[in-house]
Design a protein around this ligand. Structure first.
Ligand code: NAP
Length: 314
């Protein structure tokens, strides 16, 4: 194990992402001290039982005092409130980052509170599961996943490099891009698929003609794969929808157009069109497997590789 990258890391929010960070920071020896803060005494108690940190508080300002790196891992709609709460306690020279799934909105909420001398570098690890809370995390979550940083134009490059090194030591590959681009890309690769999954599972749930027991009994026909995504945390996804509104509406408009065209092909028996589309999409799946972002196994494969014991529970 090499020397700690930071003396003190403060984790504000200790759910799936925060607790996975705590576990990998400890495993890799990335900090001499991990301070943990969360809003509720129940979650804090659980984090303490799991031994995720060195100190625990429901007061985020107290936890970030003297920290060299502060990572905010709360639902994106709460980023501004958290930034306001911790701002007066942030140490000059500290790096402040977040893991939120939207970037434009998080920057708009947090930046006005960030004191001069603190390096604010927004970030987003493209790693997750449908589970939440401190029990759901695991140290391998970020392995071979991308972490996108969206540094602001005046950010100190040395601070960006230090944060990039942190994520590399967590197992991730780093990309940097501007926040607007991030929000557009994530709208198509993550936000739209979640909205489609929520929608299709909702539609099946509403169907009076098909009983619920049949939906569940025959779910392996395809439906099941959507239910995993549609089991994702409602608070997190409500906030994502509300905080990446423009990009999501743009992608939904394109999606609806394409769906209408598909509907037309089915109505008019245009088999060639259907076959061409289904062939094109199959190639995308192959590229994802070749890029090492998935294995060629059913059930999305992810947990089989990353965390075999969790598979049994899911
Ligand atoms: P999570 O497991 O539900 O944990 C959320 C944490 O935030 C908990 O510590 C919770 O505290 C705290 N929190 C909730 N509401 C809060 C509020 N109003 N004010 C202050 N703290 C609050 O969530 P997660 O999956 O770790 O997600 C955290 C962030 O990571 C989100 O911004 C999400 O967009 C992003 N992200 C998630 C994924 C994913 O797949 N889950 C992937 C990449 C990025 P209490 O339990 O004490 O209330």
């Amino acid at each position: 194990m090499s020397a700690p990258l930071f003396e003190k890391i403060a984790l504000v929010g200790i759910g799936l992402i925060g607790s996975s960070l705590a576990r990998v920071i400890r495993r890799e020896g990335l900090a001499s001290h991990i301070a943990i803060a969360t809003r509720s005494p129940e979650t804090l108690k659980r984090a303490e039982e799991l031994g995720l940190g060195g100190s625990y508080s429901t007061n985020a300002a107290e936890a970030v005092k003297d920290a060299d790196l502060v990572i905010v891992s709360v639902p994106v709609g709460s980023s501004g409130t958290v930034a306001e709460e911790i701002a007066p306690a942030l140490k000059a020279g500290a790096i402040l980052t977040d893991v939120g799934s939207t970037k434009g909105s998080v920057i708009a909420q947090m930046k006005p509170h960030v004191p001069a001398g603190v390096h604010f570098i927004p970030g987003h690890p493209l790693a997750g599961t449908e589970k939440s809370g401190p029990d759901a995390g695991f140290a391998e979550l970020f392995e071979n996943r991308w972490c996108i940083l969206t540094p602001l134009p005046d950010t100190d490059p040395e601070a960006v490099e230090k944060l990039s090194e942190f994520w590399r030591r967590c197992g991730s590959n780093i990309d940097t891009m501007d926040p607007e681009h991030h929000d557009m890309v994530l709208a198509i690769v993550s936000h739209l698929p979640h909205i489609i999954a929520y929608n299709i599972v909702g539609t099946a749930d509403d169907l009076a003609a098909v009983t619920k027991s049949e939906v569940i009994k025959y779910s392996a026909s395809g439906f099941r794969d959507f239910t995993r995504i549609a089991a994702s945390d409602p608070t997190m996804w409500r906030d994502v929808c509300l905080h990446n509104k423009d990009a999501i509406l743009e992608m939904l408009a394109r999606f609806s157009e394409d769906l209408a065209s598909l509907q037309r092909a089915i109505r008019w028996g245009d088999g060639e069109k259907l076959f061409d589309l289904f062939t094109r999409t199959r190639a995308i799946r192959r590229s994802i497997i070749e890029a090492g972002q998935e294995i060629d196994a059913p059930d999305f494969g992810r947990q089989v590789v990353a965390h075999p014991e969790k598979l049994a529970k899911s």
